[in-house]
Design a protein around this ligand. Structure first.
Ligand code: NAP
Length: 454
């Protein structure tokens, strides 16, 4: 199998790589085990020095790395620069805080002394998606390596340049050979690697289908998994909201990363009292968006990352329209070259359509109107997903009730959902389980060892 790096803005092949063969994979796994023997013995200070060095390389190479992202998966260059900056942040955050998060925790019991000690597990496999090619990897790798594990990256097949660049960054920063390695392989090689005794755990960020497959293989081997899967996040707007602010953030929340973000606002649940105003203002914003060359700083939306993402989105929209949804604006492919897509809005969406039931991974907003707060929460929760959620309201009671009632891994009040190294991130229901970031994230891939001394 050949892994191809294709520029989605013009469909030109940038680079091609042969998939690693079984002998190469075997060597990589062996190196990961050897490296673990050294890595687990380093002090937090020693690991932190190297992680700081990673952050510095990211800072100094920001433009170079951002260019790889934009060329390989089409996100606007300014957003790619921000992504690299955020990766440096998460490296510094764990360089500073890992010692605190993983310090022995004393607990008073009947014994003379009892405490909890956190110890690394060994080589951890990370199966990652293309939509945030650096951020998804660094938010796993920074805590995993600071905890003393080693990492094996199976990145999405369409971002091999990003995968190799990340491996190089960890090497340059002084992490020992084998601490962070990229496996240039397709998805069909994951099962064999995961059943190898040398691999101790796996994290996957991606689709439900991939998550279920990896989790069932890991389950058969009794190996720890963290799953960060898809979402269809609700964005609720109540009558007391600052409507201009809500429309502004709704636009940003839906089109960020060309609409290809797990935590993008996807279902807009609007109170009837403000529905017409919201709808008109959102339409105006969407129609003013500039779709085009992602390297151009004036561009709001670049191409979708792959032809199959565009084609699948088109099928979901066609199916929804056939069943009665109404296209308010856009929501269709733009003729090539490049996988460009016109940002759009659907409304009057029947419940049995992909627009209501599934994740639309592109710049398409789905509008729903509700008569009251209870209906808004019921609609927001009526989905198999449970990743993020947002509500726009000035009513304290509605805020409190939403925090209690919403069935998602996070709730943002009067803002769009965003990840932050200082806060845990993850979902419930079909959006996955486990957490990344903050103290919770670094404690996923450790042995939480209970010690009791009598
Ligand atoms: P995907 O097809 O599931 O791919 C993600 C990764 O899984 C890729 O490395 C892919 O490899 C691999 N993979 C696919 N099928 C596999 C299988 N059966 N066994 C093992 N590995 C497999 O996902 P995508 O469509 O590229 O990414 C978009 C999805 O990711 C969306 O649903 C989005 O919401 C979700 N996502 C979630 C989060 C979060 O934090 N919750 C963040 C970002 C994205 P190949 O590329 O070689 O197929």
């Amino acid at each position: 199998m050949t892994l191809r790096s294709i520029n989605p803005a013009n469909e030109q092949i940038l680079e091609e790589y042969s998939e690693y063969n079984d002998a190469e994979i075997n060597q990589i796994l062996a190196r990961s085990v050897q490296a673990f023997a050294l890595q687990k013995c380093l002090s937090f200070d020693q690991r932190a020095d190297k992680m700081e060095a990673v952050a510095k390389i990211l800072d100094s190479g920001q433009d170079k790395f951002a260019r790889i992202l934009t060329m390989e998966m089409g996100k606007p260059y300014h957003a790619a620069q921000q992504e690299i900056g955020k990766c440096a942040w998460v490296c510094r955050y764990y360089a500073e805080n890992a010692r605190l998060f993983l310090a022995d925790q004393a607990v008073k019991t009947d014994s003379l002394r009892s405490f909890v000690r956190y110890q690394p597990l060994g080589p951890v496999l990370a199966v990652m998606p293309w939509n945030f090619p650096f951020w998804q990897v660094f938010r796993f790798a920074a805590p995993a390596l600071m905890a003393g594990n080693t990492a094996l990256l199976k990145h999405a097949s369409n971002v091999p340049q990003a995968a190799l660049a990340i491996e190089e960054i960890f090497k340059q920063a002084g992490f020992a050979d084998g601490v962070f390695q990229t496996l240039l392989i397709g998805a069909n090689k994951v099962e064999k690697i995961l059943t190898d005794n040398r691999v101790k755990a796996v994290t996957l960020t991606g689709s439900e289908k991939a998550g279920a497959s990896v989790a069932s293989t890991a389950g058969s081997q009794i190996k720890k998994t963290v799953l960060e899967l898809g979402g269809s996040d609700p964005f609720i707007v109540m009558p007391s909201a600052d409507l201009d602010d809500a429309v502004q953030k709704a636009t940003l929340g839906r089109i960020q990363n060309n609409g290809q973000s797990c935590i993008a606002a996807k279902r807009f649940i609007i109170h009837t009292a403000v529905y017409d105003k919201f709808r008109a203002a959102l339409k105006q914003k969407f129609e003013a968006l500039k779709v085009g060359d992602p390297m151009d700083n004036a561009t709001d939306i670049g191409p979708l990352a792959m032809a199959n993402i565009r084609d699948y989105l088109n099928r979901q929209i066609d199916d929804s329209l056939k069943k009665g949804a109404i296209r308010l604006t856009g929501a269709e492919s733009i003729a090539g070259p490049g996988y460009f897509f016109k940002p759009g809005i659907l409304e009057n969406i029947p419940w049995d359509t992909p627009a209501a039931q599934d994740e639309l991974f592109g710049p398409v907003a789905c509008l729903f109107s509700v008569k009251n707060f209870e209906e808004a929460i019921a609609l927001a929760n009526n989905t198999r997903f449970g990743l993020g959620s947002a509500i726009f309201t000035r009513d304290e009671n509605e805020m409190e009730q939403t925090i209690d009632l919403i069935e998602t891994g996070c709730i943002f009040v009067n803002n769009i959902v965003a990840s932050d190294p200082r806060l845990p991130f993850g979902g419930i229901k079909a959006s996955g389980y486990g957490r990344e970031l903050a103290a919770e994230g670094i404690r996923e891939f450790v042995n939480i060892k209970t010690v009791s001394i009598y």
